[in-house]
Ligand binder design. Structure first.
Ligand SMILES: [Zn+2]
Length: 288
């Protein structure tokens, strides 16, 4: 297909998404919006499904953020988390950046809309989206777990809901569902490209497992290296540098590395399974 035509199409499909994001205040203006626009266009120009996968992530996350948002347990748990509803450029790249890098590679080396979905680079890219989706679902649904979550490094130690590194059965179930959503969307997209169902089913399972694994890596990194702070007034542990509820009190760094915030953990956690899946399908095992 003509490159200019794809570019025009890429701009067109992203306009309603951008308008929705502006309306719902889900992107910070201008940087978050600009980052998302560049990302959306690049993803679409590599392969329409790179774009669609990230849109499925974005749409399902937005829906889940609103799911039971008035619930007291969820509000309390989310108070711990650093992120608000409005994403800045860094947060946009933290979630879709790896897929975007893969998209740039595909555009340069294979051409616009020339890359195959069964190529290891695509498998790696979609795995990063499966990871961030699984991770977001785990947080949004997992915090509503009836049982208090346990520490990923010690299943006998209970931690407050929303704590990085806290896991629950409900959260793990949500992780599997989130990763499945991306993996099975991949399956249907790939059927448009090939009728070798066995091959794409195996790749789908690889992406599914990669996404679940990535979400566990995220919890693990959240537990060991992510910066955590304590509010000197109410003694609550938070990822935030200021506690708004206590009149904007500056919190004290108590754990993890200061430079590692939740976004950096997300990037590393999405990168690890993507790289493993890429090398695995390129050099170890590729289904035919
Ligand atoms: Zn406080």
């Amino acid at each position: 297909m003509n490159a200019l035509y794809v570019l025009l199409l890429a701009v067109l499909v992203n306009i309603p998404i951008a308008l929705y994001a502006i309306l719902k205040k889900s992107l910070r203006i201008p940087d978050g919006l600009l980052a998302a626009a560049i990302m959306g266009i690049l993803l679409f120009m590599a392969n329409w499904f790179y774009w669609a996968a990230v849109i499925i992530f974005f749409a399902s996350s937005s829906l889940l953020t609103r799911y039971k948002e008035k619930n007291r347990i969820k509000q309390e748990a989310m108070e711990y988390a650093e992120k608000g509803g409005t994403r800045d450029a860094f947060q946009v790249f933290a979630n879709g950046g790896i897929a975007m890098l893969a998209a740039i590679y595909v555009i340069i080396n294979q051409g616009i809309w020339k890359g195959s979905l069964t190529d290891p680079i695509a498998i790696g890219a979609i795995t990063s989206v499966a990871t961030v989706t699984a991770d977001t679902w785990a947080t949004e649904i997992g915090v509503l777990s009836r049982k208090q979550p346990v520490w990923i490094l010690n299943p006998f130690k209970k931690v407050p809901r929303g704590t990085s590194g806290g896991i629950s059965l409900r959260g793990i179930g949500a992780t599997a569902l989130g990763s499945s959503l991306i993996a099975f969307s991949y399956f249907f997209a790939a059927t448009l490209e090939t009728k070798n169902y066995q091959k794409i089913l195996i790749i789908t399972i690889i992406i599914l497992i990669g996404g679940i694994f990535g979400s566990l890596v995220d919890s693990f990194l959240g537990a060991i290296i992510q910066a955590q702070y304590e509010c000197p007034v109410c003694k609550k542990i938070t990822e935030k540098k200021v506690h708004l509820k206590c009149g904007g009190t500056i919190t004290k760094h108590v754990k993890g590395l200061k430079i590692i915030n939740n976004d950096i953990v997300n990037v590393i956690a999405a990168l690890i399974p993507s790289i493993i899946v890429y090398f695995f399908t390129k050099y170890v095992y590729y289904p035919y």
